[in-house]
Design a protein around this ligand. Structure first.
Ligand code: NDP
Length: 282
């Protein structure tokens, strides 16, 4: 069963579903229900990471769905990320194998550097290891998370490879326009983590007014804003109704004026940040 979610073609020609399911903080005990609900609703993209400590349960749920014939392996896009304490060329290869084993899969669709942690000085060799995994056919595409201009410049210069995706905190409260412009210039697709601002932005009156206008919810408006800017979104929910609600965002369209009003929600100097600042986190 294919999905109605559009795909974006990355700089290495790999297609990725523009909307996926975030899996941070999803308790292993809930993974079966969450993932089967998501697959039924049309999700085909699953955003995991070693540090989420749920790869076994995520893998078991995905494999159960494949065994049940709900979905084929090549219809789903499975992502994991190397955690900061396993950065480095050799270590990243080991981390990748461990994630693959925990997930019980033969390959990953995308493997990512989770944070640059620039003061460690190992994000370049970490990225190089992921690029080598792509060359070996063990991963379809290579991505990074939380990279900013200097760290992107550095890996592109060192390896000659431009990551297909940079996954960054991005929602109406934190637009990151300068970094997004850098992505456009280099052909990097922007993927939004915390696209709902971890729920904190959903009470904003602008989202409420626009939601009422379209007969949808503030969460759907926030997601639509990112989608209409050609970004990837990976909302997380453990609530079945919300899992369905968050993918039901392809039957309405925001006007240019509405998009601009939402963009104006951005808070100066990164004050709308709900997560860690990558320039500071190590
Ligand atoms: P989100 O912005 O997706 O928000 C999740 C929160 O919003 C949960 O509390 C959820 O509650 C609630 N929620 C979900 N849908 C709705 C809705 N329709 N209406 C009202 N509330 C809703 O936060 P995340 O930080 O989890 O970001 C999404 C994903 O991005 C992560 O799960 C992870 O995969 C990725 N990520 C990556 C990072 C990185 O460093 N690369 C960092 C952070 C996140 P409930 O579950 O109770 O329904």
């Amino acid at each position: 069963m294919s999905s109605f979610v559009p795909s974006i073609t990355l700089n290495d020609s790999t297609p990725i579903p523009q909307l996926g399911l975030g899996l941070w903080k999803i308790d292993p005990a809930d993974c079966e229900t969450v993932i089967r609900t998501a697959i039924d609703a049309g999700y085909r993209h699953f955003d995991c990471a070693a540090i989420y400590k749920n790869e076994e349960a995520v893998g078991a749920a995905l494999r159960a769905a494949i065994a049940a014939g709900d979905v084929d392996r090549d219809e789903i896009f499975v992502v994991s990320k190397v955690w900061n304490n396993q950065q480095g060329f050799e270590e990243t290869g080991e981390a990748f194998n461990q994630s693959l084993t925990r997930l019980g899969l033969d390959y990953l669709d995308m493997y990512m550097v989770h944070w640059p942690c620039a003061d460690k000085g190992t994000y370049q060799s970490t990225f190089e290891a992921i690029a080598q995994l792509q060359g070996l056919g063990r991963v379809q595409t290579v991505g990074v998370c939380n990279f900013y201009e200097e760290t992107l410049d550095s890996i592109i210069a060192d390896t000659g490879i431009t990551p297909a995706i940079n996954q960054i905190e991005l929602h109406p409260g934190l637009s990151q326009q300068q970094l997004v412009d850098y992505h456009h210039h280099h052909g990097i697709v922007t993927e939004c983590w915390s696209p709902l601002g971890q729920g904190e932005i959903l009470g904003h009156p602008v989202l409420g007014e626009i939601a009422e206008e379209h007969g949808v919810t503030p969460a759907q408006v926030a997601l639509r804003w990112s989608l209409q800017h050609d970004r990837i979104v990976i909302p997380r929910s453990r609530t079945p109704e919300r899992i369905r609600e968050n993918i039901d965002v392809f039957s309405f369209e925001l006007t240019e004026e509405e998009l601009d009003r939402i963009t104006a929600m951005d808070q100066a100097d990164g004050a709308g940040r709900v997560g860690l600042d990558p320039r500071e986190f190590s």
